[in-house]
Structures are given as C-alpha cells and as structure tokens.
Design a binder for this molecule. Structure first.
Ligand code: ADP
Ligand code: ZN
Length: 424
C-alpha cells in the first residue's frame, strides 16, 4: 500500500474507532467532553494529537472491564497481561479481534519465512499471557504444524524439537538461551535439531543476544513485538532485512512522544511508543502509552514492505533505573556482558542504597571454560568488566562474578533487576 493509501485508510478507521468508543465507553466520552471534542473533530490521522492519552493506570482504575466497548455477549475470550510491573490488566476480545490477531500473527511468521511445510514449536506460556495462544493461531492459520510446547517442560521440549524435526520456534530470548544450555546438559548439540527460524520477543533483547542465540541454536533469530493491551504478539515483526520491526499499522497506529512533555517526536527520535487501535472492537484504545522506548523508521524497507518500522525496544521507561541520578537500562549492561566471551548471557542487577548513596551491583555468570580458582585471573576479569561498564553507564558498578548456573533462570519473561531501595 502506498503511503497515501495507508494514511487515508488509517484516518477512516480512526474516525470510526473514536465514534465507537465515544458512544460505548463512558471513560472516553468524559475525557473527550473535557477536551471539548466530538467524534467529528477526528477525521484524519493528523487529528489524533487532539485525543487524550490512555495509560496503564487508567486500565487499572477501570479494572476489570471498564474500558470494554463491546457488549459482554460479543466477547469470546479474555487475556490478562503478565503484570511484570504491577497488577494485571484484563483485555476482552471479540470474534473479529481474534480474526485480526490471527492475521497479524501470520504476517509475522510469513515475514520470517515460515510456511505450511514447517513444524513450529510455540514455547511461550499458554494461558492468560497472550504469547502462547497468540502465536499458536497464527501458526495454524498459515497451515504450519503447531506444537504447543508452552513453558516449563524443557526436557520434553528438546526431545520434540529433535523427534518432530521442528523447524521454527517462538519463545522469549532468555528461554532460547536456556534451551541451548539445557541441550548441553542432555548431551545434545545443534546438529541434533533442525531449527531454521526463531521468533523472539516479550522482553527486550540486543543484537549481541541475537548472535548468541543464532550461533547456539543454528537458526535465524527474528524479533516479534506485542502487548496484551493492544492485541498480543504480532503488533510488529522483523523481516529478512533485520533492520527494524514492521508495524501492522493498518490495525495499530503508532506515535512516538516525549514521555515528559507528551509532545509528538519526529521520525528517528527515541521516545515512548504510543498506539491507537484502528480495528479493535472488544477494547479499542486511544493513544495508549506503552512505556516502551523506541523510535520509528520511515520509508520503504529493502524487503519491499511499505509499513513503518520501529527499532529495538531500548527498555521500558519504568524499567529504567535511576542510579545516583543517572539513567541506566538493563539492555546497556547486557550489551557489555555479551560482548565479552568470558560471560554467560545471564545477569542480575542489584540496586541498593547504602548511607543514602545508590549502589549498583552487577552479578554475572562466568562461562565454564573461563571459570577458574586462580584469584589473580578472576580479579583481572572482574576489573575488565567493571571498566567497560563504567565507560558505557557513566557510573561505577560493583561486579560480582558468579559460578556457572548459579543465577536462577526463568522460562517466561526474565527478571533482571532487584531493586532493594523500594524496601525502605
Ligand atoms: P506486561 O509484561 O506489561 O505485564 P505483556 O505481557 O502484554 O504485559 O507484555 C508486553 C510488554 O512486553 C511490552 O510492552 C514490552 O515492554 C515487552 N515486549 C514485548 N515484545 C517485546 C520485544 N520484542 N522486545 C522488547 N520488549 C518486548
Ligand atoms: Zn522489511
């Protein structure tokens, strides 16, 4: 679709969405009335800046279904967000929403090169979390064979990868590495499996982590992004160019704003990602603030797709640690660790406050081959990592080298921050 056609389509769908929520959702009607707006004021995508924002707090204040637009009898499924940063939020889907979700999930898989000839393991959790079922229906829709492995069954998962000659997998990037470690444990190598592609998301990851996963599992690793409030996995996806994730912007209209001033930022500028759903009928959302930090890439991609791309998520604005006044993202620490062959891609940031001063400890596992009893060598390694961290983060961190396999692994979203300051 050309840019003009897309913009026109988005404008039409936006108007319709605004009209629907104005009539069906008192929360939005009141917000718009406060701003002296009626649905007729919103005709094109340029008008979107007139609309109020929606936050996670608004969803919590209207828990569980206050923002639902469709009648209860039209809702055919509920999901709840995983609550990584607080109480869960509940999302109701109509049959039409599920059809569209299936379609956008299928777009992702198609971009990764998955076809009906593939056998695809869905290693995201099934249940209230949108990851499992979201990818599952996309896999079935394109006619590939879905293997609903879910999480928590690593040994069986590995056995099925091998025996069913599974060619595609979706899971969190941290679980992909966990699988690779478990292969070592069960005496398997990447030659025992025939994975070609992996769709990884649900948590931030880095280019270095991509290399690591690709090397250890012998596949092409692609990003998949989504969030339950907007739909679930499938909101955006990487193509073979691996240069930004294409947004299904005919269904989800993206904006980037400055999280402090709330003003829109131009293409290429990093800020908070905001989505307006354009076709959702269960719980449509206007200008939902995702808290995810990224930027948009305009223009046609080398793959030929014309839909806008977003760069990797740098982190969530609420994931950001402020340590001694300096912003620190776990992804910065991760990129340093993964650049050094001595370390496993497993780490934990422990933040505390001692004598009114913030402290940051970075715990990281040393790989088996590099772990030794010689104190001098270990001290030297520790210093090298501490120096690198200091130059990237601009603050010093206390590095604690850990034995292989001593930091707890997670099968879903990984927990990488332990902020003890909140206890005081
Ligand atoms: P929550 O974790 O907020 O309870 P969800 O389960 O809906 O709710 O997770 C959605 C969030 O997961 C996104 O807002 C984003 O922070 C993160 N996420 C999802 N996919 C990716 C990805 N590919 N890269 C980075 N972060 C992602
Ligand atoms: Zn592309």
């Amino acid at each position: 679709m050309s840019r003009d056609e897309m913009t026109a389509l988005q404008g039409e769908r936006l108007h319709k969405t605004v009209e629907t929520v104005y009539h069906n959702v008192p929360f939005y009607r009141h917000r718009m009335q406060e701003l002296d707006l009626t649905p007729d004021d919103i005709r094109t995508v340029e008008d979107i800046v007139k609309l109020p924002f929606t936050t996670k707090q608004d969803l919590r204040d209207n828990y569980p279904t206050g923002l639902q637009s469709a009648a209860q009898s039209e809702i055919v499924r509920y999901h709840a967000s995983s609550g990584t940063t607080g109480n869960p939020t509940v999302v109701g889907y109509t049959r039409r929403d599920l059809e569209i979700w299936k379609e956008v999930a299928a777009r992702c898989l198609t971009a990764y090169g998955v076809t009906k000839d593939d056998v695809f393991s869905v290693g995201y959790g099934y249940g209230l979390f949108t990851g499992g079922l979201g990818v599952h229906y996309g896999v079935e829709y394109i006619g590939a064979s879905a293997v609903p492995t879910s999480t928590g069954n690593t040994e069986k998962h590995l056995r099925l990868l091998r025996d069913l000659k599974v060619t595609g997998i979706a899971c969190t990037p941290s679980y992909a590495l966990y699988l690779a470690e478990a292969m070592d444990k069960y005496g398997m190598t990447r030659d025992d499996i025939c994975l070609k592609v992996g769709a990884f998301g649900a948590e931030p990851w880095t280019e270095n982590m991509r290399k690591e996963i690709e090397g250890r599992l012998g596949l092409q690793a692609y990003n998949i992004y989504g969030l339950s409030e907007i739909m679930g996995p499938g909101v955006s996806y990487e193509c073979e160019c691996k240069h930004g994730s294409h947004i299904s912007e005919d269904h989800f209209y993206p904006e980037i704003i400055d999280p402090d001033t709330l003003q829109p930022l131009g293409a290429g500028k990093t800020g908070e990602l905001v989505f307006t759903t354009l076709t959702k009928t269960g719980m449509p959302l206007l200008r939902y603030r995702t808290k995810d930090l990224t930027s948009l890439i305009d223009g046609e991609c080398e793959c030929g797709r014309t839909n806008v791309r977003m760069t990797r998520i740098l982190g969530r604005s609420d994931d950001m640690l402020i340590i001694r006044g300096i912003n620190v993202f776990p992804s910065q620490v991760e990129s340093v660790i993964l650049d050094m062959p001595e370390f496993e891609p497993v780490y934990m940031l422990v933040v505390d406050r001692v004598n009114n001063l913030d402290t940051l400890q970075v715990q990281v596992e040393v790989r088996k081959d590099f772990f030794c009893d010689e104190v001098g060598m270990m001290l030297q390694l520790r210093k090298r990592l501490a120096d690198k961290l200091k130059s990237i983060l601009s603050i010093s961190a206390d590095v604690k080298l850990m034995e292989p396999n001593s930091i707890p692994r997670s099968e879903g979203k990984s927990v990488r921050i332990h902020d003890k300051r909140k206890l005081y």
